[in-house]
Ligand binder design. Structure first.
Ligand SMILES: *Cc1c(COP(=O)(O)O)cnc(C)c1O
Length: 402
């Protein structure tokens, strides 16, 4: 048996390994020194009360014959699919409950959705990128085209940045973006939607951070920033949206998300929604009843209010860090509508040089931009998921960087 040899083509990611090595070396020499870790991509606040209460109720339901649930519908419990459909409706997006699939989280879906593509596809990934997009496609042997973004387009590339004649089958878009925190405007997304419809490509839209978009946030043209690609005309025929409660509601260790596929999305005469129903009913037995109860509570008025209290704490961390970066006088993006700040390293320093100096001189840890793709060299990511106290101290130290 020869296994999938595409796995030989995976590149080891040394990013988090290197960071850990450098931290360990530093702490070995400076035992007991407190570090201010502004690099983490995981949430730190506990689940909100509404979710905890619903999860407990879910457990109790399983203890009684009358309320016990066995296998759940593979594509999601009707009550949660309805609820999420209603959540879209509130934002003016019309998706039926059958167009919403409950999942165990965005990472699972980002991997599983490749089943729909078929073999040997050309996949466009905008860099800097969330590493899972690249690795999932390497594993299935697809050809990856990297579209480097930069300061000149605010790290939001458009189809006109593509080399002429390049026609990808699949296009990954992450907005608000990890790692850059940049958010596409409606006009910017429309260009990609039009391009995908013209070329019959498929867009995978990662909306893991949609809830971080501020209430009144607008792009330069004064138009509200889109939370969903389905706010864009034409998206129903070209896009799959992958969402998660991980960052928005602290579900990283609890696991629940959802995926939206409109019934109008067809490629090669096949209806993608039907294919995904078939896929899910074959390859999963659904998400646990208890978790779906907990997830539904997030979408109630009370749940929404509570998760936004937590998001506001993270966003306040962002504000504190942005002030510090402002005082350094360097260019940056993100922070306003995302839990990440993506800054140019001061004084023309390289990503790792800046990392070393922040660690050694200021005991502050961030993430070198180079780890998210070559065009991230010279940039640095701060995450806003740390404690407010540590963030204030890290910002103070950052301000004193020379
Ligand atoms: C964290 C993250 C995810 C993963 O979400 P899960 O639902 O926890 O799997 C997906 N996409 C991006 C861009 C992320 O940063």
């Amino acid at each position: 048996m020869i296994p999938n040899t595409n796995y030989n083509n995976l590149k080891d990611s040394y990013l988090f390994y290197n960071i850990a090595q450098k931290i360990n070396a530093y702490l070995k020499e400076h035992e007991g020194t407190k570090l201010y870790r502004m690099g983490i991509g995981d949430v730190s606040l506990p689940l909100c009360d509404a979710a905890i209460r619903a999860l407990h109720e879910g457990v109790d339901d399983q203890s009684k014959k009358e309320t016990f649930h066995g296998y759940m519908p593979e594509c999601g419990a009707p009550f949660l699919r309805e609820t999420i459909s209603g959540y879209y409706q509130k934002r003016g997006v019309s998706l039926s409950s059958e167009e919403v699939f409950v999942s165990s989280g965005a990472s699972d879906e980002l991997g599983d959705i490749l089943d729909i593509f078929g073999k040997g596809k050309i996949v466009l990934i905008m860099e800097p990128a969330y590493p899972a997009y690249v690795d999932a496609n390497v594993m299935s042997g697809n050809t990856i085209i990297k579209l480097p973004a930069g300061k000149e387009n605010g790290f939001l590339p458009s189809p006109s940045d593509l080399e002429k004649g390049i026609s990808p089958d699949v296009i990954y878009i992450c907005s608000p973006n990890n790692p850059t925190g940049a958010v596409f405007s409606k006009a910017g997304l429309k260009e990609w939607v039009d391009f995908a419809n013209e070329t019959e490509a498929l867009i995978i839209f990662d909306a893991a951070y949609e809830a971080f978009i501020s209430k009144d946030a607008v792009s330069a043209d004064g138009v509200a920033l889109p939370h969903s690609i389905f706010e864009i005309e034409g998206a129903r025929t070209c896009a799959i949206e992958i969402c998660s409660l991980s960052k928005t509601a602290g579900f990283t260790g609890t696991r629940c998300g959802y995926t939206a596929i409109a019934k109008d999305l067809k490629r090669g005469g096949m209806t993608i929604n039907d294919m995904w129903v078939r896929n899910r009913t074959t390859k999963t037995n659904g998400v646990s009843y208890i978790l779906q109860k907990g997830a539904a509570a997030i979408f109630t008025d009370e749940g929404q209010r509570q998760i936004h209290e937590n998001i506001d704490i993270y966003k306040n961390n962002a504000k504190v860090l942005m002030e510090a970066v402002d005082s350094l006088g360097v260019w940056y993006t993100g922070g306003e509508n995302a839990p990440y700040i993506w800054m140019e390293c001061p004084g023309g320093l390289g990503s790792w040089e800046f990392f070393d100096r922040l660690l050694i001189e200021h005991q502050v840890v961030g993430t070198p931009g180079e780890g998210f793709g070559k065009c991230g060299e010279g940039y640095f990511r701060f995450s806003c998921f740390g404690s407010p106290e540590d963030t204030v101290e890290a910002a103070k130290r950052l301000k004193s960087f020379h």
